[in-house]
Design a protein around this ligand. Structure first.
Ligand SMILES: *[C@@H]1O[C@H](CO)[C@@H](O)[C@H](O)[C@H]1NC(C)=O
Length: 313
């Protein structure tokens, strides 16, 4: 009866990290550390600005703030440990720590994916049904979108992790990456994992591919629609849309590479995993704040208000 727990003799995994050179490790430590701080500051700034500035109380900015919140969570799942690991000679992680990393990465990743779809729907309604925008994108619809994002993230991760937590690990326990991810860990199980590999390809790879294509097509339709109504507002709309498209590409392309063709070459995956730990969560605030006039104006208002009240004290 107890064969499963007996054969599961591995209690921790060894992470190889990005490279073995001591000097580069210190460089990576400094780089990741600074970028992680920028991620926290940038995304918190977006969340705080949207919540406190009345001009930004629109569905698009609420969704953007929630995206920033997901970015904060996504980058905090593994990055702090990745940073600390750069200074460690032996980078180990417990079996359950590894499972938790995979669970939460896919939880927040799935949620973020759903939110990107919600943001596309929001822009679609704004551009293709402008007269009905206020009635369609009301508070209740927004709340449903948000709840759905959390629910989809949860369903997505649970559907894969339910079959992963029970895997027996008895053999090699070396993960050639900076954190645990499904394709790498599943490969280490000492059992037949063919079905599970297919499940991950379908659940993470194909899903990302299909969402990516649908999102690109819908953004192209919106761009074409804007060009037909050549108005003064259209250049602003084009710049908003191109920001959204950039974020969509940055989020989905690495995911498609990692999960849609996962079980043959891992060396690339290691560098793609850097995307989800520091690059994507950093670029979202950069893209949305630096290129967005309303956001910049709101941050200025907020900071002058804050400094003003501080001087009054
Ligand atoms: C998410 O969006 C809702 C609007 O439906 C908003 O009330 C909430 O403050 C947002 N959450 C964050 C973290 O920005």
């Amino acid at each position: 009866m107890d064969t499963l727990s007996n054969s599961s003799s591995v209690s921790e995994f060894i992470l190889l990290g990005l490279c073995s050179s001591q000097e580069l490790q210190i460089l990576f430590f400094a780089m990741f550390f600074l970028v992680y701080i920028a991620i926290i500051v940038g995304n918190l700034l977006i969340v705080i600005t949207v919540i406190f500035d009345n001009h930004l109380h629109s569905p698009m900015y609420f969704l953007l703030a929630n995206l920033s919140f997901f970015d904060l969570c996504l980058s905090s799942v593994a990055t702090p440990k990745v940073i600390a690991d750069f200074l460690r000679k032996h980078k180990t992680i417990s079996l359950w720590g590894c499972m938790a990393q995979m669970f939460f990465m896919h939880f927040f990743g799935g949620g973020e994916m759903s939110l990107l779809i919600a943001m596309a729907i929001d822009r679609y309604v704004a551009i293709c049904k402008p007269l009905h925008y206020k009635t369609i994108m009301n508070h209740r619809v927004l709340m449903v979108f948000l709840l759905l994002s959390w629910a989809i993230g949860f369903t997505h991760t649970t559907s894969q992790m339910a079959f992963t937590v029970g895997l027996p690990f008895c053999g090699p326990n070396v993960v050639d990456s900076i954190f645990c991810d499904l394709p790498l860990v599943i490969k280490l199980a000492c059992t037949e994992t063919y079905i599970l590999e297919l499940l991950v390809i379908a659940d993470s790879g194909l899903l990302s591919l299909v969402c990516f294509i649908l999102l690109l097509v819908s953004y192209i339709i919106m761009l074409v629609t804007i060009r037909q109504h050549s108005s003064s507002a259209s250049s602003k709309a084009v710049s908003t849309l191109s920001a959204h498209i950039t974020v969509v590409i940055l989020f989905f392309v690495p995911a498609i590479f990692i999960y849609a063709f996962p079980f043959n070459s891992y060396s690339v995956d290691k560098f793609l995993s850097v995307f989800y730990s520091i690059i994507t969560p950093l670029l979202n605030p950069i893209i949305y704040t630096l290129r967005n006039q309303e956001m910049k104006a709101a941050i200025k208002r907020l900071s002058s208000q804050y400094i003003g009240s501080w001087l009054d004290l």
